[in-house]
Design a protein. Structure first.
Length: 251
């Protein structure tokens, strides 16, 4: 570490200065990503600040993806390795129908609400087009086609929400629901009345987003997801084999 890291730091500016000097340390150590940074105790001594200030500075750098920490191993440069994140297949194997729908019930109304505020004119037009396509073919399209269009409709809203992290979360849920067990259950859950109501809800959501009515967009989306949750629950209850198998995940 260079000479500046040994200069005393002022009281109120300690955390800010510590972060600035730690950024410089990261640049110096960029060529050695597998080598851990000095310990908190060592950094505190070199920076002439408390360990609390060091922890705050490291937490900010970790939030920025500049460093990652592992218990018992130390602190390293860069974002956490991909292998430390759960894989899609692992997520699918750990969840179930109830959890998937619970997440959708909380996530998608927020996406619709944000889309009402942020959707571009082109995105609004696409959301409307997909809703109209679903409404026009809901009754006679094959299940695979309906799934593709339904996925495209909800994905377009997620993209229009303008939040990349929300979009990533949506994509995880959207990919998990293509599991064969989920597809089979969705097909069995469809009824003529349910299809008609679902189609109308798609149109209502699209119109609410077009009108920039965030409250209505969120409300109808919540009703829409709740409708599918109810229909899927009924289909699951009518299938003793699926309902009795704890390993079945309707994702």
């Amino acid at each position: 570490m260079n000479e500046m890291l040994r200069q005393p730091l002022s009281g109120r500016a300690a955390a800010t200065e510590a972060i600035t000097l730690l950024r410089r340390l990261l640049q110096e150590q960029a060529a050695r990503p597998n080598e851990p940074l000095p310990t908190e105790r060592s950094l505190a001594a070199q920076l002439n600040v408390s360990r609390r200030v060091v922890r705050q500075a490291l937490a900010e750098l970790e939030a920025e993806g500049k460093i990652w920490r592992r218990q018992g191993k130390g602190t390293f440069i860069g974002p956490a390795p991909a292998l430390s994140a759960p894989t899609l297949s692992r997520l699918a194997s750990r969840t179930n129908f109830y959890e998937i729908m619970e997440v959708r019930l909380h996530l998608e109304p927020s996406l619709a609400q944000l889309a009402a505020h942020r959707a571009s004119a082109e995105q609004v037009a696409m959301i409307r087009k997909l809703a109209e396509r679903l409404a026009g073919r809901e009754a006679d399209a094959d299940p695979a086609t309906l799934e593709r269009w339904d996925s495209a409709f909800h994905r377009c809203i997620a993209e229009a929400a303008g939040n990349r992290l929300f979009l990533d979360l949506f994509e995880v849920i959207d990919k998990i629901r293509y599991d064969a067990a989920w597809q089979s259950m969705r097909a069995r859950a469809r009824t003529p009345d349910g299809k008609r109501l679902s189609a109308q809800q798609h149109l209502d959501i699209a119109e609410a987003i077009a009108a920039r009515d965030a409250v209505r967009a969120a409300t109808v989306m919540r009703q829409h997801v709740a409708l599918h949750q109810k229909n899927l629950q009924q289909a699951l209850n009518a299938d003793p084999a699926a309902n009795s198998n704890p390993d079945t995940h309707q994702s």
